[in-house]
Design a protein around this ligand. Sequence first.
Ligand SMILES: C[S@@+](CC[C@H](N)C(=O)[O-])C[C@H]1O[C@@H](n2cnc3c(N)ncnc32)[C@H](O)[C@@H]1O
Length: 311
Amino acid sequence: MMTITKERKSQIHEVLDNSYQLLQSGLVAKAMNLVVNQLNETTKDLSQEVMSTEVREECLQHPISKLILQEPMTKHSFQKPRGYSGDATLIDYMYKLKSCSLDDSYLGREIYGCISSAGSVAAVRWRANHIAQSIEAFQQKQGRKIDVISVASGHLRELGYIKNADEKISRFVCIDQDVQSNQEVRSAYHKYSFLEIIDSSINYIIKNKLADQKFDFIYSSGLFDYLNDKVASKMIERLYGNLREGGEMIIPNFLKGISEKAYMETFMKWNLIYRNEEDMRALISDLDIPNSKQEIYYDDMKKVVYLKIRK
Ligand SMILES: C[S@@+](CC[C@H](N)C(=O)[O-])C[C@H]1O[C@@H](n2cnc3c(N)ncnc32)[C@H](O)[C@@H]1O
């Protein structure tokens, strides 16, 4: 395995030392800006394997980690109470639906204040709102109630942004492997009779158990960043098969090169598969989807790339 050089180690330490000093002097925003951006700059050519082992170890052994891990969102991600990265409760911190608790320290709360407005966290909020707006715009064009499916639906917070959902949606199928998250959806949205929740991993789709079902609008937010190319392509192939003629499918993926990557891989122990336009198009290169039916676009923060497919 590749190891980091002494010179690199000392560069990383310099970033951590300087950020630590700033945190101790109460300059929280400056400190977080430095540790997020500079750590990323200093390590951006290193492999994810090195980031998740040696660099992570350097960060966690440095006294700054005791301060940073007082921040509830980073702590939740680091501890992984559900046993995996990126659970829907973590995403609720990003949606600002979950925040600091009485037990959190002053510093932890101040750091939360800074990182909850970081670009990639804002991009998660943008994503949910964008999905809701896209569903509404699509439904308006159709002028009838539509059938929707969310794959890896988490807490389905985007549903809250859709006004008069009852008048717009006839079926809303959600599938997620986390039964606890699905329970939260059942209880938060019990008033909606159009909801159908499947407690299952995406194997359900891969194994073609939805083969006989068609949807007007298909999306999967916060899942493809975990799927390797082979599984991601297979998923799109299956979902495209579920798309009704005239339908739309949206697949977001965190963009290669985002500045929060190193912070996530070290302090948050949160590894994603990042993609760019070329990578997204490659996922569907074997499928018979005309270019005119594919679209690539980005969020305002340029943190997430979106692949939209029309049928
Ligand atoms: C980052 S969250 C996104 C949740 C929600 N879609 C959102 O945008 O807020 C990722 C979700 O993917 C689900 N997930 C991860 N791997 C999965 C798999 N193999 N099958 C089904 N769900 C999965 C997790 O349980 C979690 O709810």
